[in-house]
Design a protein around this ligand. Structure first.
Ligand SMILES: Cc1cc2nc3c(=O)[nH]c(=O)nc-3n(C[C@H](O)[C@H](O)[C@H](O)COP(=O)(O)OP(=O)(O)OC[C@H]3O[C@@H](n4cnc5c(N)ncnc54)[C@H](O)[C@@H]3O)c2cc1C
Length: 344
């Protein structure tokens, strides 16, 4: 089997298939704009704007924790960090709303007791509410460890796959002269998959001397501690000119929100951008697109949380013939959609 693309989707899928005893080859070329290279890795089971759980959070969250811990052990890397996440209340009504939602059977189990113990330097006169079960994944560390392991096993080719590098015939696909009975495209925002939409995201890395946070803090943007006095700030959402890279408008938007959250001086040390592979109905896109090809895509803005379940679900479908959940089935957008990859 060949997996094309080695972002979060390709990493989780290749590991899933390998564990099931398949002979897997991964092919990847790091393209500018790829999502996983800039993903902050925040895992937040609550949509804070609406105080509702993110899609299937109650079942996705334990699976994600279990899966990333297994990968830590196999790939010899520390990347999964359970971490408190605090919502800074913009006003009293937001705090009251939070308390009311604590009794909600869907989201209540993720909402901790609001508190007034606010870290120095954070502007939170109405206190903060802890999201329970949050975490962050050190995505670059996981990608790096996966790269080392798969290179050492001779199972990684780091090369661009152009349209002419894929030859299809009855019963097999040939990619860069390697034959496979099945090719799975995990090429993120570069894929041409029916239903896929692309969303640019930008973020900053800042230095804030003296700031000590007990976890991730969120108000409009998140502030994620990275060790020492470094923090990541993110992220923007833009649906136009998605391949532009970092923009002045993106930075201004981020800094405007940052200043509502942070009362300390900071220095911007990096500004990054990438393109999220989202979908028209905000659900992942999984399944066969032809007898010899399949796709795992559409992870959107919660790729870290969704990828473990998606990889397992797709592998169950491809290997054991289990039916796909209609909510994620690629066929919902097109019965004959064939996955190809955008030319560079
Ligand atoms: C700014 C930003 C912040 C984000 N923050 C978070 C967050 O905090 N938490 C979270 O869960 N998610 C976050 N996301 C979303 C997350 O990044 C995505 O859901 C996820 O990374 C998608 O992974 P992917 O593997 O599908 O795509 P990608 O990571 O883009 O991987 C696709 C891979 O395929 C390769 N490729 C493509 N075409 C070819 C080809 N022809 N030949 C060879 N290789 C090819 C690409 O170079 C790339 O390596 C963020 C996204 C952005 C942009």
């Amino acid at each position: 089997m060949i997996v094309i693309g080695r972002g979060i989707a390709g990493v989780l899928l290749s590991e899933e298939l390998r564990e099931r005893g398949l002979d897997v080859l991964v092919v990847d070329h790091p393209r500018p704009g790829r999502a996983s290279a800039v993903a902050a890795g925040v895992v937040n089971p609550v949509v804070l704007r609406r105080t509702v759980p993110s899609w299937r959070a109650a079942s996705m969250l334990p699976l994600a924790g279990e899966r990333y811990r297994q990968l830590e052990a196999r790939l010899n890397v520390r990347c999964w960090h359970p971490s408190p996440l605090f919502r800074v209340f913009p006003g009293d009504t937001d705090r009251e709303d939070w308390v009311r939602h604590q009794d909600d059977p869907e989201v209540g189990s993720f909402l901790g007791q609001p508190g007034d113990d606010v870290p120095g330097g954070v502007d939170a006169p109405f206190g903060m509410g802890p999201v329970l079960g949050a975490a962050w994944l050190d995505v670059p560390a996981l990608l790096d460890a996966h790269r080392k392991a798969w290179s050492a096993e001779g199972r990684l080719i780091e090369q661009e796959v152009g349209p002419a590098d894929v030859r299809r015939s009855a019963g097999e696909v040939v990619v860069l002269e390697r034959r496979a009975r099945l090719v799975v495209h995990t090429t993120g925002p570069f894929a041409e998959v029916p239903g896929l939409s692309r969303v640019r995201g930008e973020g900053l890395t800042i230095r804030v001397p003296g700031l000590q946070l007990p976890g991730i803090v969120h108000r409009g943007v998140f502030l994620l501690p990275q060790g020492g006095d470094l923090f990541r700030v993110g992220a923007t959402f833009a649906w136009d000119q998605v391949w532009s890279g970092p923009t002045d408008q993106g930075r201004a938007w981020l800094e405007e929100r940052l200043k509502q959250l942070l009362m300390l001086p900071y220095e911007v040390v990096d500004h990054w951008a990438g393109v999220r592979p989202a979908s028209k109905d905000r659900r992942p896109i999984l399944g066969r697109t032809s007898p010899q090809e399949a796709v795992l895509n559409g992870l959107g803005s919660r790729g870290v949380l969704l990828a473990p379940w998606c990889a397992r679900h797709l592998a169950d479908h491809l290997m054991a013939g289990r039916p796909l959940d209609p909510e994620v089935d690629a066929a919902r957008f097109s019965d004959q959609g064939r996955t190809t990859t955008r030319p560079a």
